[in-house]
Design a protein around this ligand. Structure first.
Ligand code: HEC
Length: 93
């Protein structure tokens, strides 16, 4: 039986690109240890590193938007971490 070489190489390129895409998706996955933490946990662990962790009741939702953006830069947190903290602060004020 004659094997069509062209078809074979197209198939292998296709397989290879699927493997690469899956590999990239895995690389972008947030590690379990971070993604499983709640906003309250992240707040407790991060927001008292430089000062006492502020009570959620200290500010209104609008003020928390500004303050958490400011502190995201200071604390060097990821978007996901600060978003969880923000949601926690707004839900508890
Ligand atoms: C790397 C140190 C550091 C970390 C971590 C940190 N802060 Fe701050 N924070 C500061 C400093 C310094 C100030 C006062 C000076 C300023 O405002 O830049 C401050 C001030 C504040 C203020 C006063 C209002 C304001 O916006 O300035 C709030 C509210 C606040 N932090 C909340 C938080 C929260 C919430 C977190 C956790 C996400 C956090 N901080 C984590 C250093 C930090």
């Amino acid at each position: 039986m004659k094997i069509n070489k062209n078809k074979l190489s197209i198939a292998s390129v296709f397989c290879l690109s699927i493997i690469i895409v899956i590999g990239m998706m895995n690389g972008c996955k947030v590690p379990e240890s971070i993604s499983s933490k709640s906003g309250a946990q992240l707040w407790g662990e991060n927001c008292n590193r430089c000062h006492n962790a502020p009570d959620p009741k200290t500010y209104s939702d609008d003020h928390w938007d500004a303050a958490t953006e400011h502190m995201r830069q200071k604390a060097i947190l990821t978007d996901m971490e600060i978003t969880k903290i923000r949601i926690f602060l707004k839900s508890a004020n």
